[in-house]
Ligand binder design. Structure first.
Ligand SMILES: [Zn+2]
Length: 293
């Protein structure tokens, strides 16, 4: 289970296809979340239906990627146009899932690493589309992220604890404490920033949705990912704010959603985190002349 050598090579092409299809199916469910969560509707019932004519969509019209193309982006009954977002989200989820799988395989990480990454990719996609349109990050996905992160840490301690070390306390407990501790530290720090920002500027600098989002990232993959997410999110977010002010003549501090920028930062960390971390350590080693880690 640990690394590419232990995974039978003949099976890899088949696994690639399977992971892509799995991603597209999850993407189909994310489409439901993107539409229903901001409208406070249940994501399980009623079953998928056309928002215009209420036509209950049968399984053969609900096949990820395929149905949208076969039906020509229209409802079978009333022919109303179906947004390209449905196709895009399914394609994007399939592709990002495949990239996660390839990364874990290439780096020889324990295969179970795909689970927190998959869950986080799903959270990022929902955050990007929902926050951009409705300016909220739904509690359902951030709370789910925190709970899933904690559960995974108990199920598979190797997500947090190096296998070759001997610990006095049970591994599962240490792993759980790492996940819960990362989440609590990040949530407290972010809450402090949010409250002091509100106190200083009399305006919401950072919403509670953003705070909980960072909590979910921390519980799933740890604090370094949160640092990068915040750095990337606030830099690109303020560049976007300046762009709005200069070219669109918006007022200073006119509100725009931060979530999509944070989610983009998280996605970059998921795929390039190890490279970024190594580059950072290499640079700080060179300039500080400190003994290497
Ligand atoms: Zn219809």
């Amino acid at each position: 289970m640990n690394g590419p050598s232990q995974f039978p090579e003949q099976l890899i092409p088949m696994m690639n296809i399977f992971i892509f299809i799995l991603g597209a199916c999850i993407g189909s469910f994310l489409n439901v979340c993107i539409w229903r969560l901001p409208r406070n509707e249940s994501v399980v019932s009623p079953p998928s239906h056309c928002p215009k004519c209420d036509y209950l969509i049968p399984w053969y019209d609900n096949i990820p990627l395929v149905s949208w193309l076969v039906l020509g982006a229209r409802c079978r009954k009333c022919k109303v146009q179906i947004s390209p977002r449905y196709f895009l989200v399914e394609l994007l989820t399939g592709y990002l899932f495949l990239l996660v799988w390839i990364k874990v395989l290439t780096l020889g990480q324990p295969a179970v690493f795909i689970f927190p990454y998959f869950f986080l990719v799903a959270i990022c996609i929902v955050t990007i589309f929902v926050d951009a349109e409705h300016r909220i990050i739904p509690n359902e996905i951030t709370y789910a992220g925190i709970i899933v992160g904690l559960v995974l840490s108990v199920l598979w301690p190797e997500l947090w604890v190096p296998q070759h070390r001997k610990w006095i306390v049970p591994e599962r407990l240490i792993s759980f404490m790492f996940s819960a501790g990362s989440m609590l530290i990040c949530v407290f720090l972010m809450a402090a920033v949010s409250i002091s920002g509100k106190f200083l500027f009399k305006k919401d600098a950072m919403g509670w949705g953003d705070v909980k989002y960072i909590g979910a990232v921390a519980a799933l993959i740890g604090i370094p990912a949160c640092f990068f997410t915040l750095l990337f999110g606030s830099l690109t977010g303020s560049m976007y704010g300046i762009f709005l002010m200069v070219f669109r003549k918006r007022k200073l501090r006119s509100a725009f959603p931060l979530g999509p920028f944070l989610a983009a930062g998280t996605l970059i960390w998921i795929y390039f985190g190890e490279i970024i971390l190594n580059a950072y350590l290499e640079i700080s080693r060179k300039i500080s002349l400190a003994p290497p880690f």
